[in-house]
Design a protein around this ligand. Sequence first.
Ligand SMILES: [Zn+2]
Ligand SMILES: [Zn+2]
Length: 145
Amino acid sequence: MCMECYVNENRITPLLNPLDCLANHTQYICGTCGRCICIEHDPKRGLQRWNFPFKSLEIAKLYLRTADYSMKKPCGIYEIKSENRRLSYKIFADSEDVQFYLKKNKGKTCETMKPIFIVEEYKEYANTKIRKLTSDEIQKYMSER
Ligand SMILES: [Zn+2]
Ligand SMILES: [Zn+2]
């Protein structure tokens, strides 16, 4: 597992429309393994990809580093159950944010109110880059997938 971005598949992201994401969105470029993680703010709501729910814990883990980096601390992945009993996985900076979210989203619950995944300690790394890729870098990255 990459100690910086917590994932061992170093070219797995972006998951959806990778070319579009790499070309148009600011990326967290892992200084350790080179993995690119979308860290773009949605222009309408100011949210980043990690603010949205994920279908599985594994997918949420792919984005956890961008949450930790943005909040400058270890964020938690929480299991959220919706009214129709479907589970989703959402990253929150702390349990107060979870409570706020549940208050605003009636019908959603979090059984344990504890993260199912969180890293022990937040660290910064010297070679991390936050920027858009050049077209040469995009080509190279895609060829390595
Ligand atoms: Zn993106
Ligand atoms: Zn990495």
